[in-house]
Design a protein around this ligand. Structure first.
Ligand SMILES: Nc1nc2c(ncn2[C@@H]2O[C@H](COP(=O)(O)OP(=O)(O)OP(=O)(O)O)[C@@H](O)[C@H]2O)c(=O)[nH]1
Ligand SMILES: [Mg+2]
Length: 316
């Protein structure tokens, strides 16, 4: 494990002026006018079919967070980025600042700012998907670079998938398009705080059904589901995350039960109140570095944490 001292800085591919990257801008996502079909990353000119072709041509790997309002999706992304900067992920993440990904680069800067202040980021605004696209460059040159895109969206938009009054829900088109694009390499991170797991079970299982129906071939072959039980720092029970999910999230557990899928607990760290606001101190680096490695392994088949024969031999 790298220590926190092996500091790794996030660099932009093209130098952006940090002054232009305002802290609040990530949450000031414009609401799409209702009559306009909202397409990803702010390009409203593209049709759905064109967007799918464009997504496939990007040659990137997607990470899609699903969870209801306040479940902890943005905090997971923020802590992953923090972990990469501090050496836990064993590499550097270089956000793409070029259009149409410039908003994602601003979000990276914002989330890092909150983590630097030991604070939680604000809620994500409804009505759009922010794509955090960039390249991960492992420290160890034996490992390949990975182009990756995190999809950040609001819990309110995502839970429109829920079945209401017996009619099947659907997702807004700007989210739906990622699910319809057959064969996209994609990891779904299903997020539920442990104390709401029993209630979240139904909506997560509905989402999984929806994903299957949207892309029956592609997503089963190329995708993977990670179920993360969050806020584990406040859990006082003895169960492992897997035991917990089996007991409290039966529908979800049965839907994702396979060796390719992962159930884990997650926590950003210890949370205390400072100036009457939540304050994270210390951070837990184990969860984000493990998650990052699992994402990397899913897409590349290679384990960043595995020691080479010589490292093993000489104990490095
Ligand atoms: N104790 C503790 N609280 C957490 C943790 N992660 C998130 N929280 C709490 O949950 C809140 C919501 O987290 P977010 O990541 O913003 O939730 P979200 O899923 O992105 O929510 P929306 O953007 O509204 O969809 C945070 O503001 C914290 O109060 C954790 O690991 N431990
Ligand atoms: Mg959020």
């Amino acid at each position: 494990m790298s220590s926190e001292n092996d500091e790794i800085k996030v660099e932009f591919r093209k130098v952006a002026s940090p002054a232009n990257l305002s802290r609040e801008s990530d949450v000031q996502v414009a609401q799409s006018p209702p009559e306009q079909k909202a397409m990803p990353v702010g390009d409203s000119e593209r049709s759905e079919a064109e967007t799918i072709r464009w997504l496939k041509s990007l040659d990137t790997h997607f990470v899609f967070f699903f969870g209801k309002y306040k479940s902890g999706k943005s905090v997971i992304l923020a802590s992953l980025l923090r972990s990469l900067r501090h050496g836990g992920g064993k590499g550097e993440f270089h956000p793409n600042i070029e259009k149409p990904f410039d908003r994602g680069a601003v979000l990276v800067s914002d989330l890092e700012g909150y983590m630097d202040d030991n604070r939680f980021p604000p809620r994500t605004k409804q009505g759009n998907v922010i794509c955090v696209n960039g390249e991960f460059t492992p420290n160890d040159q034996r490992f390949a670079d990975l182009d990756i895109t995190f999809l950040e969206m609001s819990g309110e938009d995502l839970t429109e998938v829920a079945i209401q009054h017996d009619s099947v829900g659907s997702l807004p088109s700007h989210i739906d398009v990622y699910l319809k694009a057959d064969g996209l390499p994609i990891v779904f991170i299903l997020v539920s705080p442990w104390m709401e797991a029993a209630q979240d079970d139904k909506v997560i299982a509905q989402f999984l059904d929806y994903v299957k129906a949207a892309s029956p071939k592609g997503h089963s072959a190329n995708s993977r589901m990670f179920l993360l039980i969050t806020q584990w720092d406040t859990y006082k029970g003895q169960a492992t995350a897997l035991e917990f999910a089996k007991a409290n999230m039966k529908k979800t557990y049965n839907a994702i039960r396979s060796f390719r899928n992962i159930v884990n607990e997650y926590s950003v760290g210890r949370v205390v109140a400072v100036d009457k606001q939540p304050y994270i101190d210390p951070f837990n680096d184990e969860y984000p570095s493990r998650l990052w490695n699992q994402i990397y392994m899913t897409f590349t088949g290679r384990d960043l944490m595995k020691k080479s024969f010589f490292q093993w031999l000489f104990g490095k």
